[in-house]
Design a protein. Structure first.
Length: 201
């Protein structure tokens, strides 16, 4: 069985998004500041151009993923990535109500309304022996509170946003300790950090 992982691209002051869903141009600048092209499976997401170090890490990370868990907000905000997630794996969408235009699940999107435990369990079924990645923000908080997470990955970007949305906003099990970093990779304009969850609820 694979691991359950979460994480996000984060500013130096700890935000994965700035005020009013701003700052993404600064946080994700590293997606286009290198010479190594990484194609995506989404018709709406162009290929990324990463530094060699970031590209090597991203290829390994993506290759280990078997399914994703995201919230309805991200699903709607990205317009379902044009029908297929960039990583090219099934996406479990945790929502209160499935979209009207998707009356049934398919190989791209599965909708779960029974909470984070059910969403992660469904993603584990889809992932097989590979890892499940839980999106940052509210999904990450719920998964950590439920004791479901094994690892956290941070892509730390040298920018200060001043305010916004933290990775684990409103966490109800703080303080929570992590082991590591278990990996540190220096990319261009980003430092990739990996931590292991040691506190379990």
């Amino acid at each position: 069985m694979g691991k359950v992982i979460t994480g996000g691209t984060m500013s130096l002051d700890g935000y994965i998004a700035g005020p009013g869903e701003s700052g993404f141009d600064l946080l994700f600048e590293w997606y286009g500041n290198g010479d190594v092209e990484i194609p995506t499976a989404s018709p709406d997401v162009p290929p990324m151009r990463l530094s060699a170090a970031s590209a090597e890490l991203l290829r390994a990370d993506w290759g280990s993923v078997g399914a994703l868990v995201v919230g309805r907000h991200l699903y709607d905000m990205t317009n379902a990535w044009g029908g297929r997630h960039p990583i090219d794996v099934p996406v479990v969408v945790l929502t209160h109500r499935r979209p009207d235009d998707r009356p049934a699940d398919d190989e791209n999107f599965v909708f779960v309304t029974d909470g984070i435990e059910a969403a992660v369990a469904r993603a584990r079924d889809l992932a097989g022996d590979k890892n499940v990645v839980v999106n940052g923000g509210q999904m990450a908080r719920q998964a950590l509170e439920a004791g479901l997470l094994d690892e956290v990955g941070i892509e730390l970007v040298p920018v200060v946003l001043g305010d916004g949305k933290p990775l684990f906003a409103g966490l109800g099990v703080a303080p929570t300790r992590f082991e590591g970093p278990t990996a540190v990779v220096e990319g261009t304009g980003v430092t990739h950090l990996r931590y292991r969850v040691t506190d379990r609820q």
